[in-house]
Each structure stands twice: as C-alpha cells, then as structure tokens.
Design a protein around this ligand. Structure first.
Ligand code: ATP
Length: 132
C-alpha cells in the first residue's frame, strides 16, 4: 500500500473535503501532475480540471475550477476557486456553458472578453469530464 498524505481541499465558502490520500492527479498551468507522499515541496497554479483522489483502491473525482495547490511531503492543500463533486454537477448546464463559450470564441466579436470565454470553456469541460 502506498504511503498516505493528508489532503485538504478548501473552496471560498467551505472545507470541500479533508482526509487522506495515496495519490493525487490534477492539471497545473505547467501540465498534468500526479503526486505521491514525500514529493518535494512545491506550490503550483491549478487549471480548471478533474482532480482524481486515489485512496485504498478507490478513485474519487472532483471538478476543481482553478486555484492553487501547496504540496508538502506529508500534506497537500488545495485552495480552489470552486469545487464540485460529480453529483452536484448539472451536465446539461455545463454543456450549454461550453457551447456558449465556444460560440463566443469562434465569433470573436468586438467587445467579447476572450479570456473570460476561454476560462468559462475550461470550467465547462472540467465539469463535463468530472461526470464522465
Ligand atoms: P454557467 O455559465 O452555467 O453559470 P460558469 O462556469 O460561468 O457556468 P461559474 O461562475 O463557474 O459558472 O459557477 C458559479 C456557480 O454556479 C458555481 O459555484 C456552481 O455552484 C454553479 N454551477 C455552475 N455550473 C454548474 C453546473 N454545470 N452544475 C451545477 N452547478 C453549477
């Protein structure tokens, strides 16, 4: 059995989850990361992504909609801009948000905030992939 580390995922309004894990997967601005206990200390910026929490043969998925991750040897703290479990995600809403963002990015109309549309697209994709 892999060594465990403590895991806290905190969103602006609550402690989303707190416990132990053996392996954590997520997407940082520098790419996909997979972290075990005893990783060198590191702080990184999160992309909206599916976070996969591995523990005792189970994998729990959560949509983490951006934020920061602080990695210490025996503890990982995620400060999430927003976080959702699959059961709390309305897939139809996420698909509609994805379509809206894609249409905005394709139309490139003057006055469209492209960064905002890109961020909305990433959030929608993260939500959809968390439920899949
Ligand atoms: P939308 O355009 O559908 O509002 P969004 O990405 O702009 O999507 P956010 O600003 O990221 O929405 O989210 C605001 C809040 O709305 C979230 O904290 C979450 O509670 C809720 N929310 C957004 N999308 C969904 C979804 N697909 N299913 C359930 N709740 C959602």
């Amino acid at each position: 059995m892999a060594e465990k580390f403590k895991l806290s995922i905190i969103s602006p309004d609550r402690v989303f989850t707190e416990g132990e894990a053996e392996f954590l997967e997520f997407t940082s601005t520098e790419g996909e990361l997979g972290i075990y206990a005893q990783h060198i200390p590191l702080t990184t910026i999160l992309e909206p992504c599916v976070m996969k929490i591995h523990n005792e043969g189970e994998v729990k998925k959560a949509a983490i909609l951006g934020g920061f991750v602080e990695i210490l040897k025996d503890k990982i703290t995620v400060l999430a801009e927003d976080a959702q479990w699959p059961d709390d995600i309305d897939v139809a809403r996420a698909k509609a948000a994805k379509k809206r963002a894609e249409d905005r990015l394709t139309a490139k109309q003057e006055g469209t905030d492209m960064l905002r549309a890109e961020a909305a697209l990433k959030r929608a994709i993260a939500r959809i992939n968390t439920v899949d």
